[in-house]
Structure formats: C-alpha cells, structure tokens
Design a protein around this ligand. Structure first.
Ligand code: F6P
Length: 362
C-alpha cells in the first residue's frame, strides 16, 4: 500500500447497522436462488491500482444495484491492502450520494505487494469468510484484475470491472477513466498550441499510459499534433525533428509532439536529445509532463455512464452466478470475458491509426 497517507479515514456516517434496518427502509424482493448455490447475501467492492475518473460512479452503481437486490454491500478501503487488513464498512444508498461527479475513489486505492503473495491472498479469503461475504467486485486495471483472477482461481466468486486510464485491458474496447484522461490531455494540448503559436515555438507534451500508447496516439490525433511517439513503435528523434521543421516550412505557427510516458524517447530523453543537438536541429523543445493531472478531476459524462453500466452488469453477473469474469464494453454491448483471458495480457493498440495520424499531422 502507498505509505504516505493514513488509510483509516471513515467511508461514511449514519449507516444502518444491520441487514434488517436496510430492509425496513428499502424492502426488497428476495433474489431467486441460483441452482446449486446459496443465494448471495453479502458482497464487497474495492477499487485497486491507479485511480481512474469514474471509479466513484462504479462504486455507487455496485452499491445501489446490490442494495436493490437486498444484498449487504461492504466497501473495502484501499484496495487489496484493505481487504487483507479487514478494513471495510457497510455502504447504503445514501453513503454513495453525490459521488457520481467526483474524481478519485471514495474507497481509496493502493497497489498491494502483500496480496501478490499467496499468503496475502489466503488472508484476504479468511477476512471475506469471517465477514460472511459471498462475492467480490474488483474495480481496476491490469494488476487489479490479475489479483481478481488469482482469487477466482482459489474458488472465490469475483467479477472485475474494467477501469484504467491506460485502456490496455483485454476484454473492453474502452475502460473507465480513458475519456476523462483524454479530454484533460486535449485541453492541455489546445492550451499549449495557443502559446506555441504566439511565439512560433516547438512543444513536447508527455501523457500517461504506462506501456500503452493509446492515450498519446488518440490525443495526438484529436489534438492535431505534428508528431507522436508511442512505445509500440520505435521512434527516431531525428524523424521527429524533421516533422517539426517541415511543419514550420508549411506555414504552421506551432509544432507539438505528444509523447507517451512509456515511449523509448519519453519527454526527458527527447528533450535532452533536442538540447544536445540544438545547433544542428535549429530549435529545442519546451516540455510539459501531464502526469497524474490526467487522473484527477470530475469524470466526463461518458465515463460516468460507462462506469454505471459496467458496475450494474457486475452485480447482474453475480446474481446469475456467472463469476470469474471481467465486465467490459465491446461495440457498445456489455461483455463478460473470463479473468483468465484478461490477467497478465495487454490489449494491442490499433497501430493502423498511426498511419492516419501521419497523414493528418501534415
Ligand atoms: O495505470 C494507470 C497509471 O496512471 C499509468 O498511466 C501510470 O504509468 C501509472 O498509473 C502511475 O502509477 P502511480 O500512480 O502509482 O505513480
């Protein structure tokens, strides 16, 4: 778990203490039992890995669709680390009021080294059993879904919800947080272009995405950048210099390169290359690294809706007893992919779009 902040802040106040208090306030029909399996009564939800705008909308949807089924829903604080530490509280409908428009995650998130070891996962299963929890919803990206798959392989009912700004998860064309992160990158690109045009300068902007170039490539296309560098394709800094020079020669008042943080020539290396070769290349690059700015802020409408739909589909999967899957979106349909097919894999980037970017950047 990240060590900087205390992990014990309460999630909510004024919670009903028992299941019967909930059902007195919101009487619900009992869910039909799934054949051969006792019906679910208690579930837990956690957010894990890097946060993504829309995670709160997903938590809200899990809680409200779970309560609607007459389930008791536990919110686990700080991801798998909180699960191992039995750090959780019951969430009711009102506890998730007002969170749909908030960035971050009200539950907190963490990357847990302890959970990667089998002993940690066994401890997590003991905690779940101790609380009488029948199933778990894991909202997160690649590392989080690897954890979900490990629990599923140990026999625990888990459903994953595809959430990462990187958009590298197998099983979902688009993941929660991508749209917001891309819009933040675009706003920065638009602003940089304005000042670049005023001064006839060349700028470099680095966006997140870990080892995936999706955010960089798409924001370069949508932002009308003059060049892009992504991890999936080897980039020659001389070729980038050439693109920027010819942009000026064509009469463009600005030149902007979007760089993925995972590219061989990330912002630091590309800027250093241009500084070292300034005399020969004729100009240097002013650098902006967006970093975690992209993960903050209010989720867009698209992310709120995606999160709400996917999380509702996750509780639907649990109710049907179809677990061990990740819920994602494919051709605007919600799809469930076995976690075993998701864990440890990376969705390939449509590099055909690189050719399109090269045509449009001229
Ligand atoms: O996976 C999401 C992400 O934001 C990546 O784009 C980035 O490389 C990484 O997380 C940063 O991780 P951290 O917040 O732990 O520094």
């Amino acid at each position: 778990m990240d060590a900087q902040l205390p992990a014990t802040a309460p999630i909510s106040v004024g919670l009903p203490a028992t299941v019967s208090e909930y059902t007195q306030v919101w009487p619900q029909p009992q869910p039909a039992p799934v054949r051969g399996r006792p019906p679910i009564k208690r579930i837990a939800v956690l957010t894990s890995g890097g946060d993504a705008p829309g995670m709160n909308a997903a938590i809200r949807s899990v809680v409200r669709t779970g309560v609607e089924r007459d389930w008791l829903v536990f919110g686990v604080k700080h991801g798998y680390a909180g699960l191992i530490a039995d750090d959780m509280a019951i969430l009711g409908r009102r506890d998730v009021g007002g969170v749909i428009g908030q960035g971050g995650t009200m539950l907190g998130s963490a990357r847990s080294a302890e959970f990667r070891a089998e002993a940690g996962r066994r401890q997590a299963l003991d905690v779940l059993a101790g609380r009488g929890i029948d199933a778990l919803v894991v909202i997160g990206g690649n590392g989080s879904q690897c954890g979900a798959n490990a629990l599923a392989e140990m026999g625990f009912p888990v459903v994953g919800v595809a959430s990462t700004i990187d958009n590298d998860l197998v099983g979902s064309e688009i993941t929660i947080g991508v749209d917001t992160a891309m819009n933040i990158a675009l706003e920065a690109i638009d602003r940089l272009k304005t000042t670049a045009s005023s001064h006839h300068r060349a700028f470099l902007i680095e966006v997140m995405g870990r080892d995936c170039g999706y955010l960089a490539l798409m924001s370069a296309i949508a932002g009308g950048a003059e060049a892009v560098a992504i991890p999936e394709i080897e980039t020659d800094p001389e070729a980038i210099g050439e693109k920027l020079r010819t942009a000026y020669e064509r009469g463009k008042p600005h030149a902007l390169v979007v760089v993925a943080e995972g590219a061989k020539y990330n912002a630091e290396r590309l800027a250093a290359y241009f500084t070292e070769n300034r005399e020969r290349l004729g100009f240097d690059l002013r650098t902006t690294i967006l970093g975690h700015v992209q993960r903050g802020g209010a989720p867009t409408a698209a992310d709120r809706l995606l999160a709400t739909r996917l999380a509702a589909a996750a509780t639907e999967q649990l109710a049907r007893g179809e677990t061990g899957v990740l819920v994602g979106l494919n051709k605007n349909e919600i799809v469930a992919t076995p976690l075993a097919d998701v864990a440890g894999k990376r969705k390939p980037l449509d590099v055909g779009l690189v050719a399109l970017a090269e045509v449009l950047e001229k």
